[in-house]
Design a protein around this ligand. Structure first.
Ligand code: HEM
Length: 396
């Protein structure tokens, strides 16, 4: 990392966090906690101006040749700086047609293009690639609830990645291979851990702190002329690898394909490659169904199909937890009391909450293989596979 990149990184992990934390305390103490106008202006301006000095130095340096890790870190840091300016309303895409922060935009565009990612901070910067320097990982504030959110999200993502790793090795073995059993078992273990993490997050995250002090850093903002949607915990390939490998979602379904295309550049290059790879495999549900007629009574079919269905059921549970518990408790419920003026910019991706919720609900139902006549799900196919199992203990 160059001296300028290191200095900016130290500023982001130190003074930047301190200034955001001071501002959050001021906002949170108000009767209208969503208001940021006219509050803490001196601190906001110090944050903007101190960050600008680092950005200009890096932009002048024009150096993206220090390797992926360094470029990725600079992209995350400039992205977090712009996200904080957005959070403190020093920029707002609704009232501007280009970012007022030209040097930061140029730096983000240059570095983002050089590593093949969107020119903004991505989930990986705060999660799976949030490199801790002697225990200090990147964050916007020093709030307990922000660390809880970042850490539990990261643990959750790591679990889904483990499940995806395990399932991704099955196509090469074939579902009729007896050794596929340990891969299904590994995926099931990882999903059980994800369920426990979701439950812990649900039980411990403070609703008001998350809603008013953490979530606002994930709003969309402009880089140059274009507006880029906010990061969300879903910006990693593992979850979609599981969708596609299990066969619960299909890459030729237009709305799911759109989701994959939209998130591609919000993921690190290695995730982009993995996602492309798993779009080329035949899914495991189809593999089992193709073998069912002639082989349902064999030991390998019974063992592996049962293990596959267990993985589907655990994955369904994670999807229900995300939508019915996390999204509902931490976004839908607190937004019901929000003033109309503060409703715009509520979601990370930008659309009104009702539109976003419908899309998230469809994803949940596809992952749960729910019986929904208005949506293509694998309900009937999974039910058919369940009927092939000799014992009825796993049937719903
Ligand atoms: C407080 C906890 C959480 C809340 C309130 C929450 C809320 C949301 C919201 C509102 C979105 C839609 C983003 C947008 O477009 O605006 C989203 C997307 C997503 N989140 Fe979460 N989330 C939470 C934790 C998690 C965790 C722990 C995971 C798993 C690691 C996760 C996985 C996903 C995924 C995969 C998506 C993309 C949509 C999908 O494929 O389902 N989220 N989340």
């Amino acid at each position: 990392m160059s001296a300028n990149a290191s200095a900016f990184d130290a500023w982001i992990r130190g003074p930047f966090v301190a200034m955001n934390s001071v501002l959050e305390a001021l906002y949170f103490a108000q009767t209208d906690r969503a208001n940021v106008e006219g509050v803490g202006d001196a601190v906001k301006h110090a944050l903007r101006d101190e960050g600008h000095v680092h950005i200009v130095a890096l932009w002048r340096e024009g150096n993206t040749g220090d390797g992926f890790e360094s470029a990725f870190a600079v992209l995350g840091n400039v992205g977090m700086y712009l996200a904080a300016l957005r959070r403190h309303e020093l920029t707002n895409p609704a009232r501007e047609d280009r970012s007022p922060f030209q040097e930061a935009s140029s730096l983000a565009l240059h570095v983002g293009a050089s590593i093949g990612m969107a020119p903004r901070f991505a989930t990986a910067h705060l999660a799976t690639r949030n490199f801790a320097v002697a225990g200090v990982r990147r964050s916007f504030t020093d709030l307990r609830d922000e660390f809880l959110f970042i850490d539990e999200n990261t643990r959750g993502i790591l679990c889904f990645q483990r499940a995806a790793d395990a399932l991704a090795r099955i196509p090469a073995l074939g579902v009729s291979n007896p050794v596929a059993d340990i891969q299904f078992a590994a995926a099931a273990d990882a999903l059980r851990a994800a369920i426990a993490i979701n439950a812990r997050l649900f039980g411990t995250l403070d609703i008001e702190r998350f809603f008013y002090c953490v979530r606002p850093y994930y709003k969309p903002y402009r880089v140059g002329r274009l507006e880029y949607r906010g990061a969300n915990a879903g910006d990693f390939s593992g979850i979609n690898e599981i969708d596609l490998l299990l066969g619960l979602c299909q890459a030729n379904d237009p709305s799911y394909a759109q989701l994959l295309v939209d998130k591609m550049l919000f993921m690190p290059p290695e995730d982009q490659t993995r996602l492309r790879d798993c779009m080329r495999h035949r899914n495991l549900l189809d593999e089992f169904l193709a073998l069912a007629q002639d082989h349902a009574d064999t030991d390998w079919f019974q063992t592996n199909a049962r293990a596959f269905i267990e993985v589907c059921d655990l994955f369904a549970k994670t999807a229900a937890q995300h939508h019915d518990q996390l999204v509902n408790r931490f976004i839908v419920m607190p937004s019901a009391t929000l003033d109309d003026v503060h409703m715009s910019g509520l979601t990370a991706s930008g659309p009104p909450l009702s539109v976003l919720l419908r899309a998230l609900e469809s994803l949940r139902d596809q992952r749960m293989a729910a019986d929904r006549p208005d949506l293509h799900t694998r309900h009937a196919d999974l039910a058919r596979l369940r009927t092939c199992l000799v014992s009825t203990e796993n049937q719903r």
